[in-house]
Design a protein around this ligand. Structure first.
Ligand SMILES: NC(=O)c1ccc[n+]([C@@H]2O[C@H](COP(=O)([O-])OP(=O)(O)OC[C@H]3O[C@@H](n4cnc5c(N)ncnc54)[C@H](OP(=O)(O)O)[C@@H]3O)[C@@H](O)[C@H]2O)c1
Length: 326
């Protein structure tokens, strides 16, 4: 089968289309014919391996010291079940599924084997109203955004601010917060604001013109996906028992946020467990009801994976970059 192999840590040109052995499902695994996948910010980070010093070593131990051990990137996909192991009970050949791979990665290929009930990641039946290209963009950003918003128990009438709202996590967080009945402020660069209004943001802020951490306004939940936002100041912009959710924090940001929240009822969280099968099933609900739309910017064929990475890390990406696997 064809797969995109990441031969070393570094620039997109290191990604090569190669023939690799087609995987065979073990007893508890599902073999999926991948029809579409995505290139996320996290795929680009794993390829570049430019993580902050405090996380660099643990990540390098997990993903390969000298060269990538998980040589096929890709964290989400949609496709068809081609075969199942003998202990698999929830899927059969021909099912249309979408999936988050979790830590094993591997979606940038024609086929992938995933466990029916993995420790990280999940497989579920695809939303019936989406094509493979749209469904592929839901599991990772949608699953992570859902996990974070659930931590803060976002509910009707609350005020939620999403910082970095125009990307993969952000576009799902904005829409999910609206589904939960919140008033949503979306912060990103000027070219992304029209799209953010279109997906339901009640108010938009261009971060180049206005610093939301500097004003007097407060929110019940601030969901931040941007590395380097002053975290102590974000805590001060929370209501009395508000939540700061940081998807992409540096070590000092965590320390400063916790320090700023000490002695108060404000809470800070910076991890989310990866989405579960139930999360994917939950996301299908608003998707099928027309209340949650994956935002797709560009589509690339598998052969143009390096180009897809270049675009995904260009800063222009609106929502998600999809890779179609013919
Ligand atoms: N904590 C966890 O459990 C966890 C799990 C998985 C991944 N992550 C990390 O979380 C991040 C997820 O991001 P994503 O996939 O949503 O990334 P993304 O698609 O690249 O979106 C990031 C958005 O932030 C915007 N942005 C950049 N600087 C900004 C600023 N100063 N103020 C406001 N917005 C700004 C970007 O727009 P412009 O480029 O136009 O500025 C972009 O629209 C990744 O870094 C990933 O590694 C965390």
């Amino acid at each position: 089968m064809k797969a995109i192999v990441c031969t070393d840590y570094g620039p997109p040109d290191l990604l090569q289309l190669r023939d690799v052995p087609k995987p065979v499902p073990k007893d508890d695994e599902v073999l999926i014919r991948v029809r579409a996948t995505t290139v996320s910010a996290a795929d680009c980070e794993l390829r570049r391996f430019d993580f902050a010093p405090w996380i660099w070593l643990p990540m390098r131990l997990a993903f390969g010291i000298r060269k990538p051990r998980r040589r096929v990137l890709g964290q989400e996909l949609a496709g068809d079940v081609e075969a199942v192991g003998r202990k698999v009970t929830s899927f059969t050949k021909g099912d249309r599924v979408f999936a988050a791979t979790g830590i094993p990665l591997g979606a940038h290929a024609e086929y992938i084997c995933l466990r029916e009930n993995p420790q990280t990641g999940a497989i579920a039946t695809m939303p019936s109203n989406l094509g493979y290209d749209e469904a592929a963009a839901v599991p990772y950003g949608g699953g992570e955004a859902l996990q974070f918003l659930r931590k803060a128990n976002v509910r009707s009438g609350q005020r939620v601010l999403v910082n970095g709202a125009g990307g993969s996590f952000g576009t799902f967080a904005v829409q999910l917060a609206k589904v939960l009945g919140a008033h949503v402020t979306a912060v990103d660069s000027a070219p992304k604001l029209e799209m953010l209004r279109a997906i339901g943001a009640d108010r938009v802020i261009d971060y180049a013109r206005e610093d939301f951490t500097a004003g007097p306004e407060t929110w019940d939940v601030i969901f931040d996906v941007v590395r380097g936002t002053p975290s102590g100041r974000m805590v001060m912009r929370l209501t009395e028992s508000g939540w700061l959710l940081m998807a992409n924090p540096g070590f000092l940001q965590i320390v400063r946020a916790r320090w700023a929240a000490r002695g108060s009822r404000r809470r800070v969280s910076f991890t989310a467990s990866s989405g579960t099968k139930d999360d994917l099933a939950y996301l299908s609900g608003p998707v099928e009801a027309g209340r949650l739309h994956p935002v797709i910017d560009r589509r690339f064929p598998l052969e143009q994976m390096a180009e897809a990475h270049r675009y995904a890390e260009s800063g222009q990406k609106l929502g998600n970059v999809v890779v179609v696997v013919a």
